[in-house]
Each structure stands twice: as structure tokens, then as C-alpha cells.
Design a protein around this ligand. Structure first.
Ligand code: DX5
Ligand code: ZN
Length: 233
């Protein structure tokens, strides 16, 4: 099953969506892992555009989360879902192929991690996915400004990566505005961490158009309410 060719829709990654339409990415880190497919499916039916898969290696961040096996199970259970993999790992190069085989549509890695950013982006593209580059809260936008054209998505972390349920860091907003001034509309800018109905409008106004949410979404009794509020529609 994992060697089956991906459908074109899955492998268009973030190119699947019209530019600048705000997208809601449901971060399954706050789903109930005992019924992951059901929770993820509910989030998509409630209006989430895609599933955000947080991968942590216990080294780049002080937490362990999930690996390609979970991605593969999710892909098998929900073959039409777009899987946006966020690698919070020290050595992203080791994980590109396993996640491509597991059905990922998109991979974001961190500029603070090991490896040459352009080479990694080229490998992600060669595997048929779209590519993203992420910066942690203490990393300035200057760290990625010379490589922006190689990526379909720029991820500005609005919490220190590792855990869901943290407070939104407003220092992410001017970084989003700066990056938005440097890239075309087709480039996605994603905010991740502490995004909620209370903080989403500021994220969109700054120029963010992919809002990741774990606790505000999966913690709600009716997922469709925070999704609608965060989208601002
Ligand atoms: C944090 C992860 C986030 C996290 C967001 O390291 O990258 O995707 O799940 O969680 P909330 O939305 O609860 O801040
Ligand atoms: Zn994430």
C-alpha cells in the first residue's frame, strides 16, 4: 500500500488551493490518538482544509510525537486528505523519503536544523511534494530571506516548538508582514502555535494564510465553530 502511486490531488500539496484564501490546518497533535482517523475526519468535515502532522524527534525539540507510520495510517484511512508534515527534527534529510512514501503531500523543515535548505527543498520537490521552511520564535526572517523562492510555504512559529496549548507570541506578526512583502501571493505563509479565534484575525491581517490549530480546534465541542471563526468567513 505504501508504494502505491499518490493521486495528483495529494501531491499538489499547497498548490491545490487558490492563493491567499485563508486555510485552516488541523494539527492532529491535540487529537485523541486512540481514535485519530475519526477525530481527523471530523475536523475535515467541520471545515478544516488539511491535516497538519507534527513530527518531533526528542532532540530538536524536547518532545516525541509521531513518525511515518502514523502518517501512513492516516493516509490509508483518509486518502483524500492533504497531509502537511511539519518536521521538528535535527536531521530532516533522513525523513523526506519515509514521509513521501507514507503519503505526505507537503513537508516543512526548520532552517535551524541540519542540512542545506535549498538541497532539501529540491529533494522534497523531486519526491513530488511541496516544500516549506520554518523559523522558530527567536530566529529572524533574515535567516530565510535568501532562500524564499525555493519554497511554496514559509512557516513562522508563534510558540516555541514542541507542545500544543501554549500562548501565542505576537512577535511572530511583524515577521509575517515582512515575509509577505517579499513573496508573491502564491506563496503561503503559515502561523503555528497559539492560533485561536482570539488571535487568528491578527494573523490574517499580518499576511498569514495558513493557520495551524491544535488545542483551539480539537478542544472545542463543535470543531466547526473555531474553524469558521479562525477563517474569518
Ligand atoms: C508546536 C506544533 C504545533 C502545535 C500547535 O510545536 O508545531 O503545530 O500542535 O498547537 P496549538 O494550536 O495548541 O498551539
Ligand atoms: Zn506544527
Amino acid at each position: 500500500m505504501i508504494d502505491a502511486p499518490p493521486t495528483p490531488q495529494q501531491r499538489e500539496g499547497f498548490r491545490t488551493f487558490a492563493p491567499r484564501v485563508p486555510l485552516i490546518a488541523a494539527s492532529i497533535l491535540s487529537a485523541d490518538f486512540a481514535k485519530l482517523a475519526e477525530d481527523a475526519s471530523c475536523a475535515l468535515h467541520a471545515g478544516a482544509d488539511l491535516l497538519h502532522v507534527d513530527v518531533m524527534d526528542g532532540h530538536f525539540v524536547p518532545n516525541l510525537s509521531m513518525g511515518p507510520a502514523i502518517c501512513e495510517c492516516l493516509h490509508r484511512a483518509l486518502p483524500g486528505a492533504m497531509l502537511d508534515v511539519h518536521l521538528m527534527v535535527t536531521d530532516p534529510a533522513a525523513y523526506l523519503e519515509p514521509f513521501a512514501k507514507a503519503g505526505a503531500s507537503h513537508i516543512t523543515f526548520h532552517i535551524e536544523a541540519n542540512g542545506d535548505a535549498i538541497e532539501l527543498a529540491d529533494r522534497i520537490h523531486a519526491l513530488g511534494m511541496t516544500a516549506g521552511i520554518a523559523i522558530k520564535p527567536d530566529t529572524p526572517t533574515a535567516a530565510i530571506e535568501s532562500v524564499l523562492t525555493h519554497f511554496e510555504l514559509l512557516l513562522v512559529m508563534s510558540v516555541h516548538p514542541g507542545f500544543s496549548g501554549q500562548k501565542f507570541l505576537a512577535s511572530a506578526l511583524p515577521k509575517v508582514t515582512r515575509l509577505r512583502s517579499l513573496v508573491p501571493d502564491i506563496t503561503r505563509i503559515q502561523l503555528d502555535g497559539g492560533v485561536s479565534p482570539a488571535t487568528a484575525a491578527a494573523c490574517r491581517e499580518a499576511g498569514g494564510d495558513v493557520l495551524v490549530s491544535a488545542s483551539a480546534l480539537f478542544g472545542a465541542p463543535d470543531y466547526s465553530i473555531p474553524i469558521r471563526q479562525m477563517r474569518g468567513a
